[in-house]
Design a protein around this ligand. Structure first.
Ligand SMILES: *[C@@H]1O[C@H](CO)[C@@H](O)[C@H](O)[C@H]1NC(C)=O
Ligand SMILES: *[C@@H]1O[C@H](CO)[C@@H](O)[C@H](O)[C@H]1NC(C)=O
Ligand SMILES: *[C@@H]1O[C@H](CO)[C@@H](O)[C@H](O)[C@H]1NC(C)=O
Ligand SMILES: *[C@@H]1O[C@H](CO)[C@@H](O)[C@H](O)[C@H]1NC(C)=O
Ligand SMILES: *[C@@H]1O[C@H](CO)[C@@H](O)[C@H](O)[C@H]1NC(C)=O
Ligand SMILES: *[C@@H]1O[C@H](CO)[C@@H](O)[C@H](O)[C@H]1NC(C)=O
Ligand SMILES: *[C@@H]1O[C@H](CO)[C@@H](O)[C@H](O)[C@H]1NC(C)=O
Ligand SMILES: *[C@@H]1O[C@H](CO)[C@@H](O)[C@H](O)[C@H]1NC(C)=O
Ligand SMILES: *[C@@H]1O[C@H](CO)[C@@H](O)[C@H](O)[C@H]1NC(C)=O
Ligand SMILES: *[C@@H]1O[C@H](CO)[C@@H](O)[C@H](O)[C@H]1NC(C)=O
Ligand SMILES: *[C@@H]1O[C@H](CO)[C@@H](O)[C@H](O)[C@H]1NC(C)=O
Length: 436
């Protein structure tokens, strides 16, 4: 039986494997902050948006209806999207935008993932207000691999948690901010991390969490202090509410950022369509595997700050193993970058400060029990190394999850070719795929 779903974006699934249906009406809503009322873009008039509640193996079907005057797309951040790149959401990468008055059905199956993720708009800066939680429960009858919590809470921002002594709470913590990394701490308590980015971890204790935009964490809190209210303040989040009148102005700020000296130029036709239909002239697959001119990345920047501009992708064969070393640079100012890869989870096998040393650093890689995730922070003035298996054919975006850096060009894409087996090719596009 399916429950009718009027206000929530998606209902909880009613039996195993059934589709979770929902409608996301993209509408304006007036909100008041600091005594000023501003219209913001929302899903179903809610801010933060409704939670998508599903179970592992569910097919999720969400019809997004655009009632506002802005183009929109929705990204299901961290959902693997096996063969269903059409439902991934980044504008001009896997789909053209849903234009005002149009609708599009996102149709995908959640395979091999459970935990907390987030959904958000993936076009200009709209995700500042168009975002919400994704909660994926384990398959029915399958328990958590840690003691069952007494209560679960979703924490998207500034929040008061009422706790009772002796009870264990599972906090589903989401950083949906556009540009702010955040620290999360509950006075007098340790947290036990049990899951990040919808994969279980070896449980470990910490008193402070650091979460970059786009990252999610499930943490157990055992209330061993007095019963009462604990304020969990994640203040930077509120600063990111961008009223719609400011979107154009903010989005138009321009500086140049690049990866391997390529500043990515957004195409006007979605790359996945160009790839699937063999349309030439939209992208080239000559994204360089290494910087052309090596220099001291964390030292003084080169005097020539010119970059190359282009819509270049890096092509890999199906089932290749891919290692990426994400090296921070000191251009402008050294900053940390949370890098998000679409279509895959990767293993975070190493990180360090300064320049990556290709001879000595790999010896220190953790190839035994690295954490698996979809968004990784590059330390300020340092590097992170990740590995993934290219087992998902399609076009997959890799970009900085600080929206300001993405806007500047800190992004690129992988094309993963089809394999030969029956489940190794991209599914055909849905008939309602938006056109540019
Ligand atoms: C927001 O408030 C303005 C001014 O009161 C009003 O004109 C507008 O219709 C409201 N918009 C929405 C979406 O409620
Ligand atoms: C969702 O995708 C599946 C597999 O491609 C297809 O059979 C089904 O009809 C689609 N459902 C909707 C509502 O588009
Ligand atoms: C948190 O864990 C640390 C290390 O295990 C321990 O020293 C500290 O006392 C713990 N704090 C609380 C409040 O339990
Ligand atoms: C946003 O626009 C309002 C006027 O519409 C202006 O007062 C405010 O300073 C702008 N904020 C930013 C961050 O540009
Ligand atoms: C695109 O080219 C590939 C390889 O040449 C071919 O197998 C495929 O059928 C073509 N696709 C379309 C839609 O023409
Ligand atoms: C790179 O620059 C940093 C900062 O100036 C310096 O500490 C480091 O020694 C330099 N590395 C090399 C290999 O020159
Ligand atoms: C980047 O490309 C530009 C334009 O070709 C070139 O002038 C510059 O030297 C390159 N810089 C680096 C660090 O590769
Ligand atoms: C790349 O684009 C930037 C910004 O539009 C421009 O300043 C720069 O000259 C371009 N570089 C090349 C090599 O065309
Ligand atoms: C992918 O490669 C691994 C070994 O590198 C192999 O075990 C596996 O069977 C391959 N999978 C497919 C679908 O080809
Ligand atoms: C292809 O995928 C379907 C659905 O996940 C599965 O039932 C089937 O066994 C797979 N076929 C092969 C040859 O792996
Ligand atoms: C919306 O998307 C269409 C198709 O790419 C594009 O032609 C149009 O300029 C976009 N509108 C805005 C306001 O960006």
């Amino acid at each position: 039986m399916l429950l009718p779903c009027l206000t929530a974006m998606v209902c909880c699934c009613c039996y195993d494997g059934c589709p979770a249906y929902g409608t996301a009406q993209v509408v304006l809503k007036n909100i008041t902050r600091l005594c000023a009322t501003k219209p913001i873009v929302t899903v179903n008039g809610k801010f933060p948006g409704p939670t998508l509640l599903a179970r592992e193996d569910d097919t999720v079907i969400v019809r997004v209806v655009n009632h506002v005057e802005y183009n929109i797309t929705i990204h299901w951040h961290g959902v693997r999207q096996f063969r269903t790149g059409w439902a991934d959401g980044p504008a001009y990468i896997t789909q053209c935008p849903i234009q005002p008055g149009q609708s599009y059905i996102y149709n995908f199956t959640i395979t091999g993932q459970r935990g907390t993720l987030l959904w958000h708009a993936h076009i200009t800066w709209l995700r500042a207000t168009v975002h919400g939680a994704i909660v994926i429960l384990p398959k029915r009858g399958v328990p958590y691999p840690f003691p069952k919590p007494d209560k679960e809470e979703i924490i998207v921002f500034g929040y008061t948690l009422h706790v009772e002594t002796g009870k264990t709470y599972m906090l589903r913590i989401i950083n949906a901010a556009v540009n702010d990394e955040l620290f999360f701490k509950i006075a007098g308590h340790n947290l036990t991390i049990v899951e990040v980015d919808a994969t279980y971890t070896k449980p470990f204790k910490t008193d402070t969490l650091f979460i970059a935009p786009g990252q999610t964490t499930n943490a157990l809190l055992t209330a061993d202090q007095t019963t009462g209210k604990y304020l969990i303040a994640i203040s930077p989040f509120m600063d990111t509410v961008v009223a719609v009148d400011n979107l154009t102005a903010t989005g138009a700020l321009r500086a140049v950022a690049n990866i391997n000296n390529i500043s990515f130029v957004m195409p006007t036709t979605a790359l996945l369509q160009a790839h699937y239909y063999n349309i030439s002239g939209i992208f080239t697959d000559d994204f360089p595997g290494n910087p052309a001119i090596p220099y001291n990345y964390t030292g003084n920047p080169p005097s020539n700050l010119q970059t190359m501009n282009g819509t270049k992708v890096y092509r890999v064969a199906f089932n290749s193993t891919v290692q990426v070393v994400l090296q921070g640079t000191a251009f402008l100012a050294p900053e940390s970058h949370p890098i998000h890869l679409h279509g895959f989870n990767f293993y975070a096998i190493g990180k360090g400060v300064g320049n990556f040393d290709p001879v000595n650093d790999p010896k220190k890689f953790n190839l035994v029990d690295p954490v698996e995730r979809n968004t990784i922070g590059i330390p300020t003035g340092g590097w992170s190394a990740i590995r993934f298996r290219a087992d998902n054919p399609g076009v997959w975006f890799l970009h900085c999850h600080l929206e300001v850096h993405t806007t500047w060009g800190l992004k690129m894409a992988f094309v993963v070719d089809n394999g030969k087996g029956p489940n190794e090719t991209i599914l055909p596009p849905p008939t309602d795929l938006p056109m540019c």
